[in-house]
Design a protein around this ligand. Structure first.
Ligand SMILES: *[C@@H]1O[C@H](CO)[C@@H](O)[C@H](O)[C@H]1NC(C)=O
Ligand SMILES: *[C@@H]1O[C@H](CO)[C@@H](O)[C@H](O)[C@H]1NC(C)=O
Ligand SMILES: *[C@@H]1O[C@H](CO)[C@@H](O)[C@H](O)[C@H]1NC(C)=O
Ligand SMILES: *[C@@H]1O[C@H](CO)[C@@H](O)[C@H](O)[C@H]1NC(C)=O
Ligand SMILES: *[C@@H]1O[C@H](CO)[C@@H](O)[C@H](O)[C@H]1NC(C)=O
Length: 321
């Protein structure tokens, strides 16, 4: 009796997987689920509308587009570990209308990443690590009507970013570091003149005087750049007081938001800007710009005098120049 149950379960399992395979015959990632339905017109000639779901299955990369049926209308790759979208990552999926990439680790979106997605209407890139955005990353998305960029790491968006998105109707771009100043004035005007609705979740975080206000309700004059300097992110690593022994090589790292080209990082000690002093074994690294929105500068001592208080005063002295 029990062996019969196992048999039945096995047969059922095989049957189910062959159904999944029938809709996506070439897809080798077996944790993906494919379903298909005829479009409502009920015409036998109409192609099947295929939906592919590969959610929360630890994918590190997008699916090879040639393995996904070209009749796929919806592709859900949310909640995975994808970090890079390459030029042509989805090329060939000309019927795709909805693409969900939320909750991944995407930090790089190459120009042409969505090339070929001529029918795409909804794109969800929310909750990733995107800091660098360029108009070319939206090439070919002439039919896109809804875009969600919320939950990424940028603080601002550059002029003309959405030039290729001629059909855009709804846009979300809330981030924890969203800076509503003169650099976003263009977006307010562009959204109004192109009838693009900005989601009510998109609220300003900085500057303090606009904190919590919905971006779409702002007046043009509120987007100014004459306030006091505020840093969405300013971080020292290690953040705690450190004891450094002679001969230790302890790098101290300072990271701050790159709001505009005038932001500069300097290390100071006793009021003096620190520079590399090889004879004292002190090395100040060049400022590094990463993800287009963060600056990092490290200082490192290989023979800091038994650093009872040196590192502490360095941390305290990580000042904005
Ligand atoms: C989709 O793939 C089929 C073969 O699987 C091919 O015959 C058809 O031309 C393709 N359609 C498009 C639009 O590429
Ligand atoms: C993307 O790749 C295609 C095909 O290789 C190439 O023609 C195109 O120039 C690339 N696009 C960008 C924006 O780099
Ligand atoms: C873009 O949208 C329009 C209007 O819905 C539609 O007629 C057209 O076929 C779409 N373009 C593509 C390439 O699917
Ligand atoms: C956009 O993404 C954010 C963050 O994931 C989410 O809270 C919000 O509901 C999304 N908006 C829409 C319309 O999908
Ligand atoms: C924001 O928009 C959503 C969907 O459009 C709506 O359900 C919600 O009530 C709105 N919230 C506020 C505070 O206006």
């Amino acid at each position: 009796m029990s062996s019969l149950c196992v048999m039945v379960a096995l047969v059922l399992g095989l049957w189910e997987s062959s159904v999944a395979n029938r809709n996506c015959p070439d897809l080798i990632v077996d944790s993906c689920h494919c379903s298909a339905e005829r479009s409502k017109e009920l015409s036998r000639q109409q192609p099947l509308r295929v939906k592919v779901v590969c959610e929360d299955v630890d994918l590190m990369d997008t699916l090879q587009p040639s393995f996904v049926p070209n009749t796929t209308v919806s592709l859900n790759l949310g909640n995975n570990k994808i970090s890079l979208l390459r030029n042509g990552s989805f090329y060939g999926l000309a019927a795709l209308e909805k693409l969900d990439l939320k909750n991944n680790l995407i930090s790089t979106v190459e120009p042409g990443a969505f090339r070929g997605l001529l029918a795409l209407r909804r794109l969800d890139l929310s909750n990733n690590r995107i800091g660098c955005l360029s108009p070319e990353m939206f090439l070919n998305l002439g039919n896109l009507s809804k875009l969600n960029l919320s939950g990424n790491i940028f603080s601002t968006l550059t002029v003309g970013l959405f030039t290729h998105l001629v059909a855009l109707r709804v846009l979300h771009f809330h981030t924890e570091t969203l800076f509503c100043d003169c650099q976003l004035k263009w977006l307010l005007l562009w959204a109004r003149s192109n009838s693009v609705r900005i989601g009510n979740d998109t609220v300003c975080v900085f500057p303090t005087r606009l904190h919590g206000l919905e971006f779409r309700n702002l007046r043009e004059q509120q987007l100014r750049c004459d306030g006091p300097l505020e840093m969405p992110l300013f971080q020292l690593i290690p953040s705690q007081r450190q004891l450094v022994f002679r001969g230790d090589r302890l790098p101290l790292q300072c990271t701050a938001s790159h709001l505009d080209p005038s932001v500069e990082l300097r290390w100071r000690h006793n009021g003096q800007t620190m520079t590399t002093q090889e004879d004292r074994g002190i090395y100040v690294e060049e400022t590094l710009l990463h993800d287009c929105c963060l600056l990092t500068r490290a200082i490192c001592g290989s023979s800091l005098a038994a650093g009872r208080s040196l590192s502490r005063s360095l941390s305290a002295g990580g000042a904005l120049g």
